[in-house]
Design a protein around this ligand. Structure first.
Ligand SMILES: Cc1cc2nc3c(=O)[nH]c(=O)nc-3n(C[C@H](O)[C@H](O)[C@H](O)COP(=O)(O)OP(=O)(O)OC[C@H]3O[C@@H](n4cnc5c(N)ncnc54)[C@H](O)[C@@H]3O)c2cc1C
Length: 516
């Protein structure tokens, strides 16, 4: 009897132990499977990882998701950015935005219409408008100015409204690389945990302060100058539909309406002459040196922000030529890829144009897992974007140099020539405004107008009759213009810029509306 009891209890104990072991093991396995599945979902489900949800990252996420891709966007700060950049969208940029289906992101942000530019120099003023009769431009020929942060938030909302976009707050620390192929990213999520995300394609779109660019491209950004600015609140320009450009000394001043009540006031300064913002020297400099050069009808608004202690910001204006990364499975876009002087307010336009080209090139690839095919696409993208991006970049870099005041007679003649040409009316004004507005970003048009400005300036310098000194200054002016243009054209790659196949491929990217 006792023996039977012992056997029975042993059996029960064995059965219980086995059951507990079995259940625990199954649970463990289930947890492991669930973890693996979660890991798979977290790391493997996306077709594309985008680093940064600024203008570029958000617009690209929307475009790719519309094409059926699953997109994981990682953005380090989801709050509305407060930045002094990307506040003016050229008509060409608006066209790109509409082609991406994102034009409504300019609604409900109190964006202001701009039909051109009022230019002031030495007491004279003239209005240069975007051409309204440009048959090649199938869109409303006006720009929009706005608070950049509001626009970015609208783009983020629009992208994340698509079910295949996962917009996550997190900071990308590094790229995961295996044998020259980028497999994904390591990032710190909102909870502060370090985690990984894997996808066949990673797009680095982390802006002008990019940390990731360095591991992909050997291109370095060059700081050209600093854009200094502040907002004058609760005021309205007399002529709010024009951006106001004052060709002052040492460099230009800009005022434009960025909401129905806010006016952006900005100017350019160089590192060798940079008053301290913290010590109040910058405000004093703006009041004492710049304000007297601002036309009286704008001066009150220029001074308003300064008198009310508006927050003065300084942002570096950088130039960086685009270069291709030799790593596979990755694309760099936006300010992390290519920058030009912001004087032509065209960074967003080039970026949106890049997104359109890239999207179109990626469309035929049903899956992005073939790193070699994706690499071919990236190479084509790099060539096709050249005619447009190189035109805008060269224009921006050359225009910014012309705007700098100088005591050199030849340089000053160039500056005067630029003002006269831009404000002369007729085809010169409309040609230049079509270039500046991204309505006709063709290299040939750029070269034509830049040569015409140079000849116009030389003509001005030689008049009323060509004395030996005037001829000498004219020759120097010609030398200066060449020096101004050639390095930019060389950096951009003249042959790629002018290569007819690239121009044809660029036009094809916009075939739907047969633009440019
Ligand atoms: C002074 C100035 C004025 C300008 N004015 C104009 C203008 O009027 N019109 C115009 O068209 N262009 C203008 N530009 C250029 C334009 O602002 C840029 O081309 C455009 O904003 C670039 O967009 P982006 O998406 O590349 O970068 P951004 O819009 O800067 O976005 C980058 C995003 O990446 C995020 N990020 C960064 N690092 C990480 C990380 N490690 N992990 C996760 N997220 C990260 C950032 O938080 C940010 O949201 C101006 C530029 C300057 C310097």
């Amino acid at each position: 009897m006792a023996f039977t009891h012992v056997c029975l209890w042993t059996l029960i104990a064995f059965a219980l132990t086995w059951t507990v072991f079995y259940v625990t093991n199954r649970k463990k396995k289930a947890t492991e499977l669930a973890d693996a599945a979660a890991e798979e979902r977290r790391d493997g489900a996306a077709d594309v990882i985008i680093v940064g949800a600024g203008v570029g990252g958000s617009a690209l996420a929307y475009a790719l998701a519309k094409d059926g891709r699953r997109v994981h966007v990682i953005e380090r700060d989801m709050r509305e950015p407060e930045r002094m950049m990307g506040e003016f969208m050229q008509p060409g940029g608006r066209l790109m935005l509409s082609k991406l289906g994102l034009e409504d992101c300019l609604n409900e942000i109190d964006a202001q219409k701009a039909t051109g530019m009022a230019v002031y120099k030495d007491g004279k003023e003239a209005v240069a408008s975007f051409p309204v009769d440009n048959n090649n431009f199938p869109y409303d020929p006006s720009a929009r100015s706005f608070h950049n942060g509001r626009f970015v938030q609208r783009l983020r909302q629009k992208a994340s409204s698509l079910p295949s976009v996962r917009l996550e707050e997190g900071t990308v620390k590094s790229l995961i690389e295996e044998k020259g192929v980028i497999k994904g990213v390591i990032y710190k999520n909102k909870a502060g945990e370090e985690t990984r995300a894997l996808a066949p394609l990673t797009v680095v779109c982390d802006g002008c302060y990019s940390n990731l660019r360095r591991s992909l491209n050997d291109n370095n950004a060059e700081v050209l100058s600093y854009q200094v600015g502040y907002i004058s609140k609760n005021c309205r320009l007399d002529d709010p539909e024009n951006l106001h450009l004052i060709m002052s000394k040492p460099s230009s001043i800009m005022l434009y309406q960025i909401s129905s009540t806010d006016v952006r006031c900005g100017f350019e300064l160089f590192p060798d002459n940079f008053p301290s913002i913290a010590k109040g020297e910058m405000a004093t400099f703006a009041k004492n040196t710049l304000a007297p050069q601002v036309p009286p009808k704008l001066r009150k608004i220029f001074l308003k922000g300064l008198d009310e202690g508006a927050h003065i910001k300084a942002v570096p204006a950088k130039r960086m030529t685009a270069t291709l990364s030799n790593k596979k499975g990755v694309i760099v876009l936006g300010d992390a890829f290519n920058m030009r002087h912001p004087s032509v307010a065209a960074g967003m336009m080039v970026l949106l144009s890049d997104i359109l080209i890239l999207r179109r090139l990626l469309q035929p690839l049903s899956n992005l897992g073939d790193a070699n095919k994706v690499s071919e696409v990236i190479k084509s993208f790099y060539s096709i974007r050249k005619p447009m991006s190189a035109t805008v970049n060269t224009l921006g870099n050359a225009f910014s140099q012309v705007l700098i005041a100088s005591t050199d007679e030849a340089k000053e003649a160039m500056r005067q020539g630029c003002y006269d040409y831009l404000c002369s009316g007729g085809f010169r004004t409309s040609g230049m405004m079509a270039l500046l507005g991204g309505m006709n970003p063709r290299p040939i048009s750029l070269i034509y107008h830049l040569c015409a400005i140079t000849l116009h300036s030389i003509g001005h310098l030689l008049s009323p009759f060509p004395s030996p000194l005037r001829i000498w200054h004219s020759l120097r002016l010609f030398g200066l213009a060449t020096k101004m243009l050639v390095p930019h054209l060389k950096a951009e790659g003249v042959s790629q810029m002018l290569f007819p196949a690239n121009a044809a491929a660029y036009r094809k990217s916009y075939m739907a509306a047969s633009v440019f």
